[in-house]
Design a protein around this ligand. Structure first.
Ligand code: 523
Length: 131
């Protein structure tokens, strides 16, 4: 059975801040916070999907950096792959999300992360601490 690959961007800005986005849909996930992203389209590479999703959802251009971990579990048949990104241009705006928040050290757990994203936040915290 082939897996649907979902990609997500951990956009890191000055001061070890990371961008969290609050989902608007579907109902089961609405209100929860995630690292923005979405499904990879046919014929598209994973980094290309990441760049496209950030453009569509946030109105920004990102530069894709290092991958964070490997395959993160999602619901059955789906797998999540995550990259650190930096902002190349633009200011993120919530085009498809309910809200956006920049979270700095000490604030990383101030939002209700989705189940899939919470362990990613933990790993990113460890990565950024080592910087
Ligand atoms: N997640 C998730 N965390 C996370 C992302 C980007 C996605 O748990 N950081 C889950 C939520 C959905 C599934 O992955 O169950 C697909 O993500 P979604 O809906 O953002 O993908 P899209 O935008 O490609 O979906 P459609 O455009 O609605 O088809």
């Amino acid at each position: 059975m082939s897996m649907v690959v979902v990609v997500a961007a951990v956009i890191v800005a000055e001061g070890r801040r990371v961008l969290a986005a609050q989902r608007a849909a579907p109902a089961a996930l609405a209100g929860g916070w995630e690292f923005p992203g979405g499904k990879v389209d046919p014929g598209e590479s994973e980094p290309e999907a990441l760049v496209r999703e950030c453009r569509e959802e946030l109105g920004v251009e990102v530069a894709v950096g290092a991958q964070v971990g490997g395959d993160w579990p999602l619901s059955q048949g789906y797998v999540l792959r995550v990259w650190l990104c930096s902002l190349a241009s633009g200011v993120p705006e919530a085009r498809e999300h309910l809200a956006l928040r920049w979270l700095g050290p000490g604030e990383y757990y101030d939002v209700e992360w989705l189940g899939a994203d919470l362990p990613i936040m933990k790993t990113v915290e460890n990565l950024l601490e080592g910087d």
